[in-house]
Design a protein around this ligand. Structure first.
Ligand SMILES: [Zn+2]
Length: 371
């Protein structure tokens, strides 16, 4: 995360600028200076900064609408390819997602409208030549805002249009199927963009890679969440795993690391209650800096997030994501550790679900199709 600079906080959301964005500004300035001189270079730089201000306003369109539904946004990051607002979660109510998604492009339409009404901007085809400093800046800004709105409404995930499409499909087909369709279209658009990029503009190739990865990861996440819904965590947790005591030596952790296939070891006290987690990286770091005689308690880094064994796998999965933890501990009524859930546990669960015949599936997918 050190690749981003915080430039301020707006209504509880931290605005960050990715370092590649600053490099991008420098590169634009230098290229424009070399081809057209200092005046044109400053004009272009001002244009790009105003353009990204519009991108930021677009993101705040999403952020403020999400807030109206009780979803906060800790960060918004500016990248050379645009802005990314990291919403805490995406509501699964299609109507809410629809409004959050459409709010961004509407902001750009509104900006273009205001520029025409109050700044005398003229919309014509020539204004789309954004690097032509002969054309008035307001004309170019109005044109480029309309372009942003249109580009974002491409009905492909992860563009806003893809979310609008998913929301529209989700009311009929369900959230998972709707995401699959929107993500497939997203991947198709990514290939098309990449191909056009190869022929005309290498920047498009980067956008294509971004679109492809984002579409894949969204489809994957939604599928995982769907599989984990309604399944008791006790059905999917790992129950055979090695643990360590807080006052054991790190040397013992090394032996356990070598003797098992585990990468993370829950640290439990005498009563079996979890007090922390020791990962492979922690063990290696402790050996280097503290030596093999150090205590596990001094080497363990993160605390282990835990939930009760009667909760659902979906809750465990949510906790895993929220805490960015490598594992979630499952505890019984007395608070003792009885199981462990990692992202691999859930991935195995997905593979099993797909291998079983439909009647044998556990969880929500055991319902007959269409129910
Ligand atoms: Zn957007």
């Amino acid at each position: 995360m050190s690749w981003s600079l915080n430039i301020g906080t707006v209504a509880g959301t931290i605005v960050r600028v990715h370092l590649t964005f600053l490099l991008f500004l420098g590169w634009i300035f230098a290229a424009s200076y070399a081809s057209s001189g200092a005046a044109a270079a400053w004009d272009t730089l001002l244009f790009i900064v105003l353009l990204f201000l519009c991108v930021l306003l677009h993101e705040f369109g999403h952020i403020f609408t999400a807030r109206a539904f009780g979803v906060t946004t800790p960060y918004v990051t500016l990248l050379p390819i645009g802005g990314v607002a990291q919403l805490e979660r995406i509501p699964e109510q299609p109507g809410q997602e629809f409004l959050i998604a459409i709010a961004g492009p509407l902001v750009n339409v509104a900006i273009a409208f205001l520029l025409v009404l109050f700044a005398g901007a003229q919309l014509n085809a020539g204004a789309s030549a954004v690097d032509n400093t002969q054309i008035a800046m307001v004309d170019r800004l109005a044109a480029v805002n309309l372009f942003i709105a249109l580009f974002n409404m491409i009905p492909a995930f992860p563009m806003d249009g893809g979310r609008v499409l998913r929301a529209a499909l989700a009311s009929k087909l369900g959230y998972v199927r709707a995401t699959e369709i929107a993500a497939s279209i997203g991947q198709f658009v990514a290939f098309a963009l990449g191909f056009i990029g190869l022929l005309f503009n290498p920047i498009l190739i980067f956008i294509a890679i971004f679109v492809y990865l984002a579409a894949s990861s969204e489809a994957h996440m939604v599928a995982l969440r769907a599989v984990s819904r309604g399944v008791p965590v006790s059905h999917a947790m790992m129950t055979q795993f090695a643990t360590l005591m807080p006052d054991a030596h790190v040397e013992e952790a090394v032996q356990t690391l070598l003797a098992t296939s585990q990468g993370e070891f829950p640290v439990v006290d005498g009563a079996g209650k979890p007090v922390g987690l020791l990962g492979r990286a922690d063990i290696i770091k402790a050996i280097k800096t503290l030596g093999p005689d150090a205590r596990v308690a001094d080497a363990m880094a993160a605390e282990l997030p835990t939930i009760g064994h009667r909760r659902s796998l979906e809750d465990a999965f949510k906790l895993l994501q929220e805490k960015q933890a490598p594992a979630v501990g499952i505890t019984d009524a007395s608070g003792a550790l009885v199981g462990l859930v990692t992202s691999e546990t859930i991935a195995e669960m997905v593979m099993l679900q797909n291998a079983l015949p439909p009647g044998g599936r556990i969880g929500p997918w055991s319902r007959p199709a269409g129910a």
